[in-house]
Design a protein around this ligand. Structure first.
Ligand SMILES: [Zn+2]
Length: 208
């Protein structure tokens, strides 16, 4: 029996999604067929709405408007800027209810093995935002692991002198942990106990 072309065509689209193989893609198509027209219409309408989203020109979050609602909120403290790897990390910090400053989303952490080099991190955009908004404290909230550490040092070095202080979250998490999955109490403690990153100490160590 010959398989309808429409099935193969949609399965190929699903296969483009990371983590979905050919068999799973085809199973998903049959699932759609089984659900019927209303489900398919709802799915395509929801997928189509994503097309209207934009990237916030300030924090880089995916949003309905640019600047996004958080960046345009006059009640927030514009002297503080918290740098995170992803929107999910920003949401985790926001959920603690203990942070009232602004955010900057990197989109990735330095990871040469995955092909992500320092040049792929939007440090220039971050620096220009810090200057434009006259940010006094940049809080680096990258994950407490090798990628997060490398990225934090890169940012600290590039922003050196552009603001009054550059701090990093003091994690109560074991090394290798993930900010996104930290509970609210741990995150609040990490925010309150944030420590200054000293760029000079890092670069002077080798010379002395
Ligand atoms: Zn924004």
């Amino acid at each position: 029996m010959k398989k309808p072309q429409a099935i193969t065509r949609l399965a190929r689209e699903f296969e483009k999604i990371p983590g979905i193989g050919p068999r799973q893609a085809e199973r998903t198509v049959y699932f759609f067929i089984k659900q019927g027209p209303d489900f398919i219409d709802g799915f395509t309408a929801a997928a189509s709405e994503i097309k209207n989203l934009v990237r916030c020109s300030q924090c880089r979050a995916v949003s309905e408007t640019s600047p996004c609602a958080t960046c345009s909120d006059a009640a927030r403290d514009s002297s503080k800027l918290l740098v995170v790897a992803s929107s999910a990390d920003a949401e985790a910090v926001e959920k603690t209810g203990r942070y009232d400053g602004h955010y900057f989303i990197l989109g990735a952490l330095v990871s040469p093995l995955d092909g992500i080099n320092p040049g792929d991190i939007p440090v220039a955009e971050l620096l220009s935002l810090v200057r434009k908004k006259r940010v006094s404290e940049v809080i680096i909230a990258t994950d407490p692991n090798a990628k997060g550490d490398t990225t934090a040092l890169l940012i600290a070095a590039e922003l050196n002198g552009a603001c009054e202080s550059i701090t990093r979250l003091a994690y109560g998490l074991p090394f290798g942990g993930d900010l996104e999955y930290a509970d609210e109490i741990t995150l609040t403690g990490a925010l309150n106990g944030r420590k200054e990153i000293s760029v000079r100490e890092e670069s002077d160590t080798g010379r002395e």
